[in-house]
Design a protein around this ligand. Structure first.
Ligand SMILES: Cc1ncc(COP(=O)(O)O)c(C=O)c1O
Length: 421
């Protein structure tokens, strides 16, 4: 049995972006599928969380109507939930390039990472080593630091180059016979820099360690294939790619089979990924997740989205007001469309509220949960501009004009330029 398709999207009404050059067919009129994109507010905060198309919300509501209750009961509503969970595992497996059995659902990436790292930790010994990187979000560092404190492990921090690319030689230098895990982000939540995931997985494996990939900021922008890069564990979050607030993890089958789960009895131990899901899942969100995958498929696939996002990023970068300091890579090469920007003499904390007043959603913050990179690159507080496929070229232009206005309004007072005395 399969859970029947989610509510179909409505077609081409509302303020689509079809009048602009560039978007692939799947993206023309895409904005009409989001109630939240129907007014003029410009969301440039995708790394914090994307907007959600109405069909995802409708699918969540539909689960409440048609498949409430729980699995394991001998009647139709319960069977529908079981079918839904199976479909959600299959669709997630297609998204990540693994088998359905290797999928683990949880409330968010951070909780899943704590669960999985603690489970692995049952087999680690004092003196074992974990390597993390300066590019990581703390959700891929703190679980290891906590585990290290409890189990007497050592956590090492791999450095970045000045351009924020990962320093692979430094990482290699940190590997040794006691290294058990290399944890790294596939893309940085701060500056958008992409890591060569295959290279890091190879290095981890050469050292006999597990490759533990945080794909939260990569999965919304580029196709994921856990086998192609050689990941042992990979985690992502659906609310970063237009889905519900839900975490998804992949764990390599043999690895999951070798772990002793924390699990209430007599919960079923199959499929193997399910061993690491505690208690009752948020079934309604799995309905939303299925709709989110159907939505992404309807756009023409990850490659189409990535190409369009690069156009958006190029336009944004080309039009940034003069004097902008961008941290990280200077072009769209080697990055996802997440940018960290400062203007000398202008407090970033003033810019995001002023931009919000003008109808632009951007964040300003200190370390953005990436203390390792913040310590290394020292941007103080900076504005993060994060794009999603539903943004338009026209929004990039409007944003850059507004940014120029607020930077001028909050910048240092102009030098006196009146008549000489
Ligand atoms: C790179 C990265 N990893 C992990 C997380 C944590 O994700 P979650 O909110 O699902 O716990 C985030 C959140 O922004 C992130 O950007």
């Amino acid at each position: 049995m399969t859970y029947s398709p989610a509510d179909q999207p409505r077609s081409g009404i509302g303020p689509g972006n079809g009048h602009l050059a560039g978007p692939p067919d799947g993206l023309v009129n895409v904005r009409a599928r989001f109630s939240s994109l129907r007014d003029d507010f410009v969301f440039l905060d995708a790394p914090g969380g994307t907007q959600t198309p109405d069909e995802v919300g409708a699918a969540v509501a539909r689960v409440y109507r048609e498949a409430s209750g729980n699995t394991g009961a001998p009647y139709a509503a319960s069977r529908r939930i079981e079918a839904l969970v199976g479909d959600a595992r299959e669709a997630s497996a297609r998204f990540l390039g693994c088998t359905a059995e290797e999928i683990i659902f949880g409330p968010n990436m951070t909780s899943l990472n704590y669960t999985l790292s603690r489970t692995l930790g049952r087999d680690l010994q004092p003196g074992d080593e974990i390597v993390v990187t300066r590019l990581d979000h703390d959700a891929n560092v703190a679980p290891w630091l906590d585990l290290a404190q409890d189990r007497g492990l050592v956590v090492r921090l791999a450095d970045v180059h000045a351009d924020t690319t990962l320093d692979l030689s430094d990482l290699e230098r940190l590997l040794g016979p006691r290294t058990r895990v290399v944890a790294f982000p596939w893309a940085a939540n701060t500056v958008g820099t992409i890591v060569d995931a295959s290279a890091v997985c190879d290095l981890a494996h050469q050292a006999g360690a597990l490759a533990w990939v945080d794909a939260v900021q990569y999965a919304p922008h580029e196709p994921v294939d856990v086998r192609a890069i050689g990941a042992d564990v990979l985690l992502c979050s659906a609310y970063k790619f237009c889905g519900p607030h839900l975490g998804i993890a992949f764990g390599r089958r043999e690895l999951l089979e070798s772990w002793r789960p924390y699990k209430a009895r007599p919960a079923p131990m199959e499929p193997v990924g399910h061993r690491f899901e505690t208690g009752t899942q948020a079934y309604e969100l799995l309905g939303g997740l299925l709709a989110a995958f159907a939505y992404l498929d309807s756009l023409g696939g990850p490659a189409a989205v990535a190409a369009w996002e690069r156009q958006l990023g190029d336009r944004l970068l080309a039009g940034l007001p003069p004097g902008a300091t961008t941290y990280g890579l200077p072009t769209m090469a080697g990055r996802v469309p997440t940018f960290l920007v400062n203007f000398p003499g202008v407090p970033s904390a003033k810019l995001s509220p002023a931009l919000a007043d003008l109808g632009f959603g951007v964040w300003s913050d200190g370390n953005y949960y990436a203390p390792g990179l913040h310590d290394r690159i020292a941007w103080g507080e900076a504005l993060r501009i994060g794009l999603a496929h539903y943004n338009t070229l026209e929004e990039m232009d409007r944003f850059n004009q507004a940014l120029a206005t607020v930077v001028a309004a909050h910048g240092p007072a102009p030098l006196y330029s009146g008549q000489p005395g």
